[in-house]
Design a protein around this ligand. Structure first.
Ligand code: ZN
Ligand code: ZN
Length: 575
């Protein structure tokens, strides 16, 4: 058998047309045809391109409209879903209140609800744990009392829901609308054939076959006679037993389960993944006996839990764990914690990235002009320019706002304030570093005042080749690279390489660390890539020829004042 399955997996997909796997022939929701055990999975011969080809080629019934709705009704489901609320409303106005019956109705709501959540859903549809034979019978009976079809019928649809979530092969796809996912898919004939899903394992279960083959009698006993009998024989309230423990309780159990298909795909958070519609929400959990952490459930469907935190409401999980303590359940499955954390981490990164997109970031060193020390000093006579850690900053608009006072800035105009900034005078906070980065207008050639580069500029201006170009030849660029990093490279030298060659950071004793370059001042990802505000400029490629470099030798003329719309002549104030 295993060999056949393996061979089938590697068989080439036929091109055209795709045979859709034949499944069990016509079946009714109430499942009256006897269920035979089989070893052959219904998806054994499924072609590689089954989903896309089926969606493309499958015929779709026209949408349900006001004109054709009466021709499209599935009467058995329709009656089951309309008679129950009608009986409930009648009972509310005509049947005497009895507290015992009220309590019994709530208790039986949980009993039959757990038959679906702990039985149909987590045990049979997902095999998330192993139940002992007695527990299997209890859950099969309780589930029948919820009147939602047999285990076989229910699990087959639910496995298709997980396998083809949000596609037209999903029997209750959330993309067809809230009400379609809630009840529409049962009241009206399906618009397409739902996707194939194997339940051969279930056909081999004695309990599943027993429940399926006796479904109609089980439904009547567990859905009606038992809840009515308990109230009638227990405290003589036959009528209340019928209307409340029977009909009203059933109405609530129905819509509780339906909310897993509708509400759980609409309300709440994408805690672990946002590829599909399922979401996590406490309210959904509250109305579905703990099935509301549906985003988790679709990501980790074989986990016996829906809620993984202690403070999240999941009575189904508590029920299964208690059954284990009592020796009625075993092999409770849990997904690896590491993989669960990965999902949370990814979604949080995505949220951070979105938050980062609305933040304004400093200009990257690759987009700033590179200027020589002499040009920087020259231009400082007209603007309040201060060099810090290889960047030139226009602090004109910040003079009045500087917490350390104007004088502390003024004395560094046209000078390198790196030592003072990084602890020599004051060890600035990361917020201060970020703010300073926003005032960048250029990069300093060589990163600081470099004597031999100054000499080259002077020689060049004497020879008259270029008056103000700091980088007019490849030779200059090479000399800069060799000076700064101690090695030459044809490619780009990252600032990480650059920093590796700087003296190792050593904590000074009894004084703040002076001129210790910090690799990261802030690490927030505004896109899929982490954005790090660079505290030192990146070195440029050495092989670009004159053109690109020559065009970037004057300082960017946009100051922070321009960016924030404050264009008062602050330079005068600085001078
Ligand atoms: Zn779902
Ligand atoms: Zn499920």
């Amino acid at each position: 058998m295993a060999d056949t399955a393996f061979a089938a997996m590697h068989r080439k997909a036929p091109t055209n047309p795709v045979p859709i796997p034949q499944e069990e022939k016509s079946e009714t929701k109430l499942g009256v045809k006897p269920l035979e055990p089989t070893d052959i999975p219904s998806d054994l011969d499924v072609p590689d391109n089954y989903v896309t080809r089926t969606i493309e080629t499958q015929k779709r019934l026209p949408p349900v409209t006001m004109a054709n709705w009466h021709k499209n009704i599935q009467w058995v489901s329709f009656l089951a879903l309309t008679v129950t609320p009608a009986l409930t409303i009648y009972g509310l106005f005509n049947v005497k209140w009895n507290t015992y019956t009220a309590i019994w109705s709530v208790v039986y709501y949980f009993v039959t609800g757990l038959g679906i959540t702990a039985g149909y859903h987590r045990l049979w549809a997902h095999r998330s744990y192993t139940a002992s034979r007695p527990l299997e019978y209890i859950l099969a009976c309780a589930g029948a009392g919820a009147v939602q079809g047999s285990i076989k019928w229910w699990s087959r649809g639910h496995r298709a829901h997980h396998r083809y979530t949000d596609t037209s092969l999903d029997p209750y796809s959330a993309h067809e609308g809230f009400w379609w996912a809630h009840v529409g898919w049962m009241i009206f004939k399906p618009r397409t054939k739902i996707g194939v899903a194997d339940i051969s394992d279930l056909t081999r279960s004695k309990v599943v076959r027993w429940q399926h083959n006796n479904y109609l009698s089980l439904l009547l006993v567990m859905g009606l006679f038992f809840p009515m009998g308990v109230a009638g024989l227990g405290w003589g309230d036959w009528k209340g037993g019928f209307f409340f423990a029977g009909a009203a309780r059933l109405l609530f159990v129905h819509h509780s389960t339906f909310c897993v298909n509708s509400l759980a795909h609409w309300l709440g958070e994408h805690t672990f993944d946002d590829k599909h519609t399922p979401r996590d929400h406490f309210i959904t959990a509250l109305v579905t006996i703990g099935e509301g952490y549906h985003n988790f459930h679709h990501q980790f469907p074989m986990d016996y839990r829906n809620a993984i935190k202690w403070n999240q409401y999941d009575p189904t999980k508590w029920f299964i764990a208690t059954a284990q303590l009592l020796g009625l359940a075993s092999h409770l499955k849990k997904f690896p914690d590491n993989e669960i954390k990965k999902g949370i981490y990814t979604m949080q990164l995505q949220k951070l990235a979105q938050a980062g997109e609305v933040i304004e970031w400093p200009t990257d060193s690759n987009h700033l002009p590179v200027v020589s020390w002499d040009d920087f000093v020259d231009e400082s006579k007209n603007r309040a320019l201060i060099a810090v850690h290889g960047f030139i900053h226009d602090v004109s608009s910040f003079m009045d706002d500087h917490p350390g006072g104007q004088h502390a800035l003024k004395r560094f105009i046209g000078k390198d304030a790196t030592t003072a900034f990084y602890g020599g005078v004051y060890d600035h906070s990361h917020a201060a570093q970020n703010l300073l980065a926003m005032m960048r207008v250029g990069c300093l050639e060589g990163g600081m005042e470099v004597e031999h580069l100054k000499q080259k500029v002077r020689e060049r201006s004497l020879s008259g080749s270029s008056a103000n170009s700091a980088f007019s030849s490849n030779e200059d660029v090479a000399s800069l690279a060799s000076y700064s990093s101690g090695r030459l490279s044809d490619g780009e030298l990252s600032d990480v390489d650059f920093l590796q060659d700087l003296p190792k950071k050593e904590k000074p004793k009894h004084q703040p660390g002076c001129y210790v370059p910090d690799k990261f001042t802030l690490a927030i990802p505004p896109s899929e890539e982490f954005k790090i505000i660079r505290s030192a400029p990146r070195l440029r490629k050495t092989g670009g020829g004159h053109g690109s470099m020559a065009s970037m030798t004057s300082l960017e003329d946009v100051s922070r004042a321009d960016k924030i719309g404050d264009v008062a002549p602050l330079v005068a104030a600085a001078a």
